[in-house]
Design a protein around this ligand. Structure first.
Ligand code: FES
Length: 82
């Protein structure tokens, strides 16, 4: 189903961008142009992001530092062992 008819962006594409790290409508717009023409889809994009589409959103809302968003357990353990 299309979320942004101006650019033909589907709900699935928004989810894929969210999985790749786009957590805000602005980041979705940078990745896909969705929301940058008439703007009527921005609320729908926001709603999609608000439904847990973005795995990192929860961390951002908890105020975790940016490093925590990119650190993987393996790397952290390796850093501690060094
Ligand atoms: S429907 Fe997305 S910018 Fe117009």
């Amino acid at each position: 189903m299309y979320v942004c008819s101006c650019f033909g962006i589907t709900e699935q594409q928004v989810k894929e961008h969210a999985d790749a790290g786009a957590c805000t409508p602005r980041q979705i717009a940078s990745a896909s142009k969705a929301g940058t023409d008439c703007g009527s889809c921005v609320r729908s994009i926001q709603a999609l992001l608000g439904r847990g589409t973005c795995p990192r959103r929860e961390l951002l809302e908890q105020g975790k530092p940016a490093a925590a968003l990119t650190a993987t357990p393996e790397l952290t353990e390796a850093a501690q062992a060094a």
